[in-house]
Design a protein around this ligand. Structure first.
Ligand code: 4NP
Length: 167
């Protein structure tokens, strides 16, 4: 059955740091704009190593300080996601390359975009993997995601569809 919602899937490597934070931040802005009926956000990872786990404790703690409670459980991306979702948002070059490799068709491959393409104020060409770094890395990820999620929401015009001029 055709759903009326515009469905966004955020994807990173482990689905325990960047993409679950992006999912929750996006939900926050969708709710703030009262657009829950038009747009929904979810997340997945490119590896299944952390399947079933809550987001990394450091990511949860940094996010909570900004008011985002991360409760997602890590799950690997699956082929059906390419059909189920309207937009598949990767965080870095490696994510995008891998997503392109596993896209089931050229039509579905067109759904793949880069998170940083939606930045409004900050300048970055990827969302850096914070996993092996310190506190600054997690704060930087949140700064980038907050800016890009607001940009993404603006990109989605009325009815949760991309603005015609941007397709
Ligand atoms: P994420 O961060 O891709 O933002 O969830 C990572 C999480 C786990 C690993 C790498 C990155 N890992 O190698 O297990």
């Amino acid at each position: 059955m055709e759903t009326k919602e515009y469905k966004i899937l955020f994807v990173c490597l482990g689905n325990i740091c960047r993409s679950p934070a992006a999912e929750e931040i996006m939900r926050h802005f969708i709710k703030k704009a009262a657009r829950e009926k038009e747009i929904s956000a979810a997340s997945a990872g490119l590896i299944s190593y952390h399947k079933g786990e809550l987001p990394d404790a450091r990511m949860r703690s940094h996010a909570l300080r900004r008011g985002y409670k991360l409760t997602h459980r890590s799950r690997p991306i699956r082929t059906e996601d390419f059909y189920d979702f309207h937009l598949i948002v990767g965080m870095d070059d490696s994510n995008i390359d891998r997503l392109r490799q596993i896209a089931p068709s050229p039509e579905e491959e067109k759904k793949i975009v880069r998170m940083t393409d939606f930045l409004r104020e900050k300048t970055a060409d990827h969302v850096p993997d914070p996993y092996y770094g310190g506190a600054h890395g997690f704060e930087n990820v949140l700064d980038i995601l907050e800016d890009a999620c607001q940009g993404l929401l603006e990109f989605l015009g009325k009815d949760g569809k991309p603005e015609p001029s941007t397709i």
